[in-house]
Ligand binder design. Structure first.
Ligand code: CTP
Length: 181
């Protein structure tokens, strides 16, 4: 997410980064959030006046149905069942005419077909596939290997820096912004 924000900023975009990891300084506005609900609220507000929304976050799909003040006491229990509710799908609900949406697909394995399905299901303009089980790339690494899925075709970016991946995604976004929609 940060590499994408940096790349967009360097290309002259007005950037707002919504993140759970606001630690390092940035030359653009950064909104810190802690939960999927907070991210949904911040993104929905910003997306209302944006041209492009890129959702690189691995958002939690479920949250505890109830929160406890203080602590959950052991009380002699041998197990504990937590009930979870679905969180809102931020990328899908942000859809509006004129907003170009870019999603990421975190897949456990080389499941490109599943990522293609996600592009259709979420109705996004671009879907960036990455395999979260691939060694040495993706979450926690400075490198990634991605496939950018567009209506016009697919672009595979072999293992490289996240900045180079972000540049490839930015190129794909620019191509769409330049083409009549
Ligand atoms: N996403 C989102 N809001 C969520 C969950 C995901 O906006 N509550 C976005 C992610 O930021 C990403 C895309 O949806 O751009 C796909 O996320 P991913 O975790 O790969 O897939 P899911 O939609 O959660 O589906 P599944 O867990 O079945 O793979």
């Amino acid at each position: 997410g940060r590499a994408l924000a940096d790349e967009a900023y360097l290309r002259g975009a007005h950037v707002l980064l919504v993140t759970t990891q606001p630690e390092s300084a940035a030359p653009y506005e950064v909104v810190a959030v802690a939960t999927a609900d907070e991210m949904a609220a911040a993104v929905t507000e910003a997306a209302a006046s944006a041209d492009v929304l890129v959702m690189a976050a691995a958002v939690a799909d479920f949250r505890p149905s109830a929160a406890t003040e203080g602590k959950i006491e052991r009380g002699g229990r041998e197990s504990l069942t937590l009930e979870l509710d679905r969180t809102v799908d931020i990328l899908a609900t942000a859809a509006r005419p004129g907003l170009l949406r870019v999603g990421f697909a975190a897949e456990a394995g080389p499941q490109l077909a599943r990522a293609r399905g996600k592009k259709a299901a979420k109705g996004v303009d671009l879907l960036v596939f990455n395999d979260i089980l691939a060694e040495g790339v993706g979450i926690g690494s400075d490198e990634n290997e991605i496939t950018i899925i567009a209506a016009e075709g697919e672009t595979h970016v072999p293992r490289t820096t996240k900045q180079a991946c972000a540049a490839a995604v930015a190129d794909a976004i620019e191509r769409l912004l330049d083409s009549p929609r």
